[in-house]
Design a protein around this ligand. Structure first.
Ligand code: ADP
Length: 577
């Protein structure tokens, strides 16, 4: 969908309230006409009691209708707005679900949460508040102009003179307001993003005693925000005041033209009074339009941000396989680069045989995690193919791929719910016995049982109430329930203390039994028994084989083993000392 159609669709969500607003405006105008008619009857001495009562009753009915239809119109507008708010948020979330991981790596978390919260709220503000008022104002100006022309063409024309001036003026103001409004929206977002990052990174800020610098940065963004709020207010109020002055000229013209025509006997007094009343109503409507016009500009800016997500091309989905089966994982002539920059992998060909233990080793940045990311389907290969059991994963349904492959990463993420629910993510309908069974195998059961609420303990945001090793073992239990035939271990124990590392190694060996394992290892001693070790060097496979084969044939691997021995010896000496 093009951006123009997207914004049109947003604005069209509020059609239902228009009918009520038309009745509201008509009832208001009829009230004015009835009042003037009453004055005219008085003047002509024809004001019979029944006439007056009838007109007063009609005025009362019109006022009630006006109030009722306004309330219904506003209610409809709010109803449409809140539904649109929910719909747009759901559309964004559903769309994001289909987007590839690279989209999320490009966008900041604060940026996306701003779009879902702040920008979508602007749509609600526009639909519920601004659009009905803008619609009423335009309707009022049009019908009042028509009424003035019908009452007296020349007086109507006098009122009409400032209108083209105000249209040109409003257009000029819109350009200048758009600039200020966009900067204001940008600074609001920057401030929100900063606050999200500031709160989220508070432990690191405190650890490095960086509070002064970080706080002053956040405060600076807040000061910028206040500056732009002031500018925005000025950009709305100044044009409004000047607009009011321009429109007042219309009233002066109406009085000059109308009074001279009245003196000449061309315009009855009541019509003259009516013209002045209508001209005043016209000014009020134009001013109302100007005061809500800025919401249109803010909507444009917010809709553009929402569109950046909605226009992102989703990952192509393929039908689920009827006979989903595992098999060898094969990378054939794979080359890949993040964002078309330097290649992270060059012409990599590797086969991980079914039910074997494989390891990827190599210096930092040599491409090990990139291989894991490609097998998980997080990124698409540039050249070459990644296949499982002969099936190209680029043409595989994402649920199928997720059923076949699981990953244990250095950092495990837990949801802010109970431990049992966090484990159940691996299998929605798992019984508590199944949960306990995998927790035992993942070496987390004893620890969970010692907690006052056991498996019903809420883990806190991101698992904040648990240690890194405990989170890791809970996520291993979750993967055990999922029971994928292929397990990727991406430096799973790199950030763990020795006691937890021992427990996690046990958990991992339980998880890996009878599976195809691809392990990115930082300790070579943990992978010496692997069926295959692939040595990565600057995005290429330097060699692949067993530990013994590599020790004999691969100088790079021998160097790595020697370096590891030195580190281990150094660690032992340090501990003895
Ligand atoms: P390893 O796991 O062996 O440490 P990686 O596979 O993480 O290495 O990285 C390989 C190369 O790709 C490195 O040069 C790294 O800087 C780059 N890289 C990794 N992830 C990204 C990313 N998300 N965006 C851009 N470049 C990346």
């Amino acid at each position: 969908m093009k951006y123009k159609d997207f914004i049109k669709e947003i604005k069209s969500k509020n059609k239902a309230s228009s009918f009520y607003m038309v009745v509201n405006v008509t009832a208001g105008l009829v009230t004015v006409l009835l009042a003037v008619w009453m004055i005219s009857l008085f003047r002509q001495g024809e004001a019979a009691k029944e006439h007056l009562i009838g007109i007063c009753a009609a005025i009362c009915i019109c006022q009630i209708l006006k109030a009722v239809f306004y309330a219904m119109g506003i209610w409809k507008a709010h109803y449409a707005a809140y539904h649109s708010l929910a719909d747009i948020r759901m559309d964004i979330v559903n769309h994001m679900k289909k987007l590839p991981i690279r989209f999320f790596q490009k966008k900041k978390t604060g940026d996306l949460s701003n779009i879902i919260n702040h920008d979508v709220e602007q749509v609600e503000i526009f639909l519920a508040h601004a659009q009905p008022e803008i619609f009423i104002s335009i309707l009022m100006v049009l019908s009042i102009s028509a009424a003035l022309f019908i009452i007296d063409c020349r007086t109507g024309l006098a009122m009409f003179i400032p209108i083209p001036v105000i249209i040109v003026y409003q257009n000029l103001c819109t350009r200048f307001q758009s600039k200020i409004m966009n900067t204001y929206v940008k600074s609001t977002k920057e401030m929100n993003e900063d606050l999200v990052e500031y709160i989220g990174t508070m432990p690191a800020i405190k650890a490095y005693s960086d509070e002064e610098k970080r706080t002053s940065l956040v405060l600076q963004h807040m000061k910028d925000y206040i500056k732009w709020v002031k500018n925005m207010m000025l950009s709305i109020s100044c044009p409004q005041s000047i607009g009011q002055l321009i429109m007042e000229i219309g009233i002066v013209l109406v009085v000059i033209v109308g009074s001279s025509r009245m003196v000449n006997g061309d315009l009855p007094v009541t019509s003259f009074i009516l013209c002045i009343v209508l001209a005043n109503l016209c000014i009020t409507s134009v001013m109302k339009y100007m005061s809500f016009h800025h919401a249109n500009i803010v909507l444009g800016s917010s809709a553009a941000s929402i569109y950046t997500v909605m226009s992102e091309t989703p990952k192509e989905e393929y039908p689920a396989l009827l006979n989903l089966r595992s098999g060898d994982v094969e990378l054939r002539n794979v080359s890949f680069s993040y964002d078309n920059r330097d290649e992270a992998l060059h012409d990599v060909s590797l086969t991980f045989r079914e039910n074997t233990v494989n390891a990827l080793v190599g210096s930092s940045g040599s491409g090990k995690s990139t291989i894991a990311n490609l097998i998980m389907g997080f990124w698409k290969t540039g050249k070459g193919t990644v296949s499982i059991g002969g099936q190209d994963i680029a043409r595989m349904n994402s649920r199928d791929l997720s059923t076949l492959v699981s990953i244990v990463q250095q950092e495990s993420f837990l949801f802010n719910t109970t431990i049992a629910e966090n484990i159940r993510i691996g299998k929605k309908n798992a019984t508590i016995d199944e949960v306990i069974a995998v927790a035992k195998m993942a070496r987390i059961h004893d620890m969970v049982q010692a907690l006052p609420d056991g498996y019903n303990t809420i883990v806190g945001e991101g698992g904040a109430k648990l240690s890194g090793g405990e989170k890791q073992r809970i996520s291993i239990a979750r993967i055990m329930l999922k029971n994928s035939p292929i397990i990727i271990l991406d430096e799973a124990t790199a950030a763990i203390d020795p006691h937890n590392e021992y427990l996690i190694q046990e958990a991992i060996s339980n998880l890996s039994r009878g599976k195809t394992v691809i392990s990115i290892a930082h300790h070579l001693r943990t992978i010496v028994n692997a069926d295959q070790i692939a040595v990565m060097d600057d995005g290429k496979v330097a060699a692949a084989g067993t530990h013994h084969e590599l020790v004999q044939n691969c100088p790079l691997y021998t160097d790595m083993v020697r370096a590891q021995d030195e580190v281990d010896n150094w660690e032992i000496k340090e501990r003895i000392l």
